[in-house]
Every structure is written in C-alpha cells, then in structure tokens.
Design a protein around this ligand. Structure first.
Ligand code: FAD
Ligand code: NAD
Length: 442
C-alpha cells in the first residue's frame, strides 16, 4: 500500500492553496481530483469566474453565443494554470481519480482502469458542494431543468428562463439573462426577494430588477414540472391557486449541499452534521484524528474567499503560531453581482438594534456620486450603521456601481475599528465610487 505524508481530496480553493504551500515547504503531497475538467475547483470552472465573466460580457453587449466562447477560453486557461501551479512543484502529485474512505487511515482511489489503496499521515478533505435539487414531481426527469453548472454549459441562449430560488445564484442568473435579452421569471417561496438585506435596499433592488424585465412570482410553491415538445410547463401554487407557466428552461437554484456522497464517511469516525456537512472544530479538524475538512464541505459560508480563509487556519496550524481559528475569523463581505451589485458587511440596522446597540444610520443615494453618472447607472443607495459611542462601523450595505470594490475598504475599516470620520476625511481619487464615503459620513 502506498503511503503519502499528505493527501488532499478535491482541487478546490483551500486544497490547491494548501498543496502549493506544502510543496513550497518541501513536503510530499498528493492531490486527488475526480474530474480533470475541474482542476482548480468549482469557482474558476463552473461558478464565480464564468458567471462574472458572462455578466461582464452581457453588460458590454456581447452576444450570448460569443460570450460563452469567451467564458470557455477563460476557464480553460485558468484550469491549465491552476493545474501547473500544483503539478509542477517537485514534491506534489496530481491524480485524476475518485477518492473514498475505507477507514480513518485508508483511501480507495479509483479511475477508469485501476484502483489502489493509499494511506497518509494527514488527509485534507476539500470536496466542495453540489446543487441541492428539491423533491418536486418531474424535476429530476425533465430535459429542460438545469443546475447552474449545467446551464453554464449551454451554447444556445434560453429565450424564456424560469428560475427556482431567489438566493445569489438565482438572482445573479436572473440579472445576467435579462442583460442578454432573455425573458426571466423567478419563483420564490418568500414574500419578497433579498430578505435579510437592509429593507430599503431590498425594495430598491427588487424594483430595479423588475424594471430590467425580471418577473418575480412571490410566495410561490412549485408543485410539478412537465416537459412540453420544446420546453417545460411549471405548475405552481400562489395564493391557494395553482397557476401554470410555460418556459424554455428552468434553473434550480435552491441552495447547495456538502459534496460527501462518494466519500463513504460511514466507514470512518468522521461525523456529519446539518445537511450532511462534515463537522469540524474551530481548527477545522474533523472528529477523526489527522483529518481536516476545508471549504464548502464543512458547512461554513459558501464563498471562495472563505475556503481560502480555511486554508489560512490550517496553514497557521502547520507552519504558523497556531492562533488562527474560526473563533477569531474577522468580518467578511458578501456580494450579489446584480446591476448594480449589492455588497454588505457586518450588521444591518435591525440586527444592530436587536443586539442592543443604539446605532446612528447614515445614507447616501448613489445618484449623488459623480462616478455613478459617468458609468451610466446611478441607481442605488449607501447605508452605514455606526456605533455612536466610538464612531466605528457596525455594518454597511452598498447597492451601487462597483460596490464589490468599495466594500473591501469598508470591511478593513470595520475590522480595524477605524472611526468613520477617517473615512469621511480621506482624500480619494476622483471620479471614483469610493469617494462616496466623503459624503456618506459627512
Ligand atoms: C454559480 C455559482 C456562483 C458562485 N459565485 C461565487 C462568487 O462570485 N464568489 C464567491 O466567493 N463564491 C461564489 N460561489 C461559491 C464558490 O464557488 C464556492 O464556495 C467555492 O468554489 C467552494 O470551494 P471549495 O474549496 O469548497 O471546493 P471546490 O472548488 O468546490 O472543489 C471541490 C473539488 O473536489 C472534487 N471532488 C469532489 N468529490 C471528490 C472525490 N470523492 N474525489 C476526488 N475529488 C472530488 C470536485 O470535482 C471539485 O473539483 C459560487 C457558486 C456557484 C455555484
Ligand atoms: N456572489 C457570490 O458570492 C455568490 C454567488 C452565487 C452563489 N454563491 C454561494 O452559493 C451558495 C448557494 O447559492 P443559492 O442561491 O443556490 O442558495 P441559497 O441557499 O443562498 O438560496 C436558495 C434560495 O432558494 C429558496 N428556495 C429553497 N427551496 C425552494 C423551493 N422549493 N422553492 C422556491 N424557492 C426555494 C430559498 O428560500 C433561498 O432564497 C450561496 O449561499 C452563496 O454562498 C455566492
């Protein structure tokens, strides 16, 4: 039986970064990835990067067909680069195979033609997550129902797209398809979209999405789907009545669950928790000795930069002072890439009040920022929640052009407890969206 110092299962953000770090320290490491088209992981191949590239193409007026070609070229280039970043290291090996556990120490690793058993001093699980498809009549069988990964592979533009779910995947695809000129209907089982965001922003963004041509079917429950000759008919219940809607395709965007099915964790002492995610402690150790779980698979927030931060925690244990844990993870931003984007960090006003703060709220319309006019989309709002006792930020939501950049500066100020007067008095370059901060905190 072959033995390695370190085995990483899954070529995700945390895994590939850890593999490179281990190799840079001269340590032996094997990365096992089941799909050669996924070298580099979900984000660069079928998630963050291709979706944002398609959104950018749509905003530049590129046709859908051409945009897909540009996207495929980009992901191919990144996949190759990511592969070599690990595989070219002297002490690293990349194996294209499926990994499953036989017990806490042993893996069975299979490809099309062979299988072998491997052991390691340390095993790191970084197998990500996969789309959760609810048990609704006809959904599994339909030829016109897609997950986000499947829809991204379509070379023909869907002309009328229905979307089930109003989370970030549902809304980003809705906005993207509307910008490509498709008709879009979003079924949401809630009374409003963007719940959990500042209510003014949720209201404004929801109206803007509708103005961009997106139809919201709120408080709707999908009952069944049936394929027609060239599309799919949806039956959904709204206000106790069953309605039908016929579209060309349905995107299911109802959340993602930990990718553990193939790992056979029942043969190990690795515990699973909510929705099947691997249970970890604050150092990301599983309940089995010398096995860690990083990224989406451990049930934490599903973002590439959180997976990267999981790497920081493990890296700090292996090569650092062992102080970095989930317990001291700083606040991090969340962005939904709409037009304009919504970016948020920390507490909303309601959350701050619920936690006993008596916050001061600062607001500014995006239309007041010259750069928003330059960019031609002056929709949006800046809303900051400030603790008046020390003038520091409790949270902020930005619904404006380039919100995804400005929020990183705000996150720094929030984590470093920089008084908002500093943000107010900074000299910002002009014309930029960041200079809004001069006025938000005036
Ligand atoms: C459409 C979409 C858009 C998104 N947009 C954003 C965004 O803009 N910003 C953001 O931060 N996040 C975004 N996310 C979330 C982000 O993609 C994930 O949080 C992130 O990719 C998770 O990375 P990971 O390190 O957990 O593993 P992954 O990158 O998912 O890697 C896991 C790898 O493990 C492999 N694998 C699984 N099982 C096995 C096995 N048994 N044996 C061998 N290999 C195996 C898989 O093939 C895969 O390559 C988006 C997600 C989706 C679906
Ligand atoms: N820009 C980004 O950072 C970005 C973009 C896309 C995805 N992501 C990550 O991927 C994760 C998964 O995204 P997602 O949007 O699939 O999941 P989600 O869990 O965030 O949202 C799913 C939505 O579907 C709704 N829903 C669930 N079951 C339903 C049903 N039967 N009928 C109608 N609606 C239903 C839920 O109410 C929820 O609003 C996100 O949580 C996020 O962490 C991040």
């Amino acid at each position: 039986m072959k033995h390695f110092d370190n085995i990483i299962i899954g070529f995700g953000k945390a895994g590939k970064t850890l593999a490179a770090t281990l190799a840079q320290h001269g340590k032996e490491v094997l990365v096992i990835e089941k799909d050669a088209q996924m070298y580099g992981g979900t984000c660069i191949n079928v998630a963050c990067i291709p979706t944002k590239n398609l959104i950018t193409s749509a905003q530049r007026g590129v046709s859908y067909g051409q945009a897909i070609q540009i996207k495929n070229q980009l992901t191919g280039k990144l996949r190759d680069k990511n592969y070599h970043k690990v595989a070219d290291q002297e002490t690293a090996t990349v194996l294209n195979a499926d990994a499953e556990f036989l017990d806490d120490q042993t893996l069975l690793v299979k490809d099309d033609s062979s299988e072998q058993q491997l052991t390691a001093d340390r095993i790191f699980i970084n197998t990500g997550s996969k789309a959760f498809v609810p048990a609704i009549e006809g959904l599994q069988e339909s030829r016109h129902v897609y997950t986000s990964q499947e829809l991204l592979a379509q070379t023909e533009q869907v002309q009328h797209l229905a979307i089930l779910g109003g989370g970030p995947i549902g809304l980003e695809f809705a906005s993207m398809y509307a910008q490509f000129g498709s008709e879009v209907s979003v079924l949401v089982n809630q009374p409003q979209v963007l719940r959990g965001f500042e209510p003014e922003v949720a209201q404004m963004a929801s109206e803007d999405l509708q103005a961009d041509g997106i139809e919201f079917l709120l408080e709707s429950e999908l009952v069944s789907v049936h394929d027609t000759e060239d599309g799919v008919e949806l039956s959904y219940r709204q206000n106790h009545e069953v309605h039908t809607l016929t579209v060309d395709a349905l995107l299911v965007a109802t959340g993602r669950q930990a990718n553990v099915a193939d790992l056979h964790l029942e043969r190990t002492s690795i515990e699973r928790g909510k929705h099947g995610a691997i249970v970890v402690n604050e150092k990301l150790e599983t309940t089995a000795p010398n096995i860690w779980a990083l990224g989406d698979v451990n049930g934490g927030p599903q973002f590439t930069y959180v997976s990267l931060d999981d790497w920081r925690i493990v890296n700090n244990q292996l090569f650092g002072d062992q102080t970095r844990t989930l317990a001291n993870r700083p606040a991090f931003p969340r962005v939904t890439f709409l037009k304009p984007a919504i970016a948020t960090v920390g507490l909303t006003e309601a959350e701050a009040v619920a936690q006993g703060y008596q916050p001061i709220v600062k607001k500014l319309a995006a239309a007041a920022v010259p750069k928003a006019q330059v960019l031609g989309d002056a929709r949006g709002l800046y809303k900051a929640v400030v603790d008046p006792r020390n003038n520091t930020l409790l949270g902020m939501t930005i619904y404006a052009e380039e919100a995804y950049e400005t929020i990183n500066l705000i996150t720094l100020a929030l984590n470093q407890k920089i008084p908002v007067t500093e943000l107010r008095d900074q000299i910002y370059s002009h014309p930029t969206m960041t200079e809004a901060l001069n006025d938000v905190f005036a």
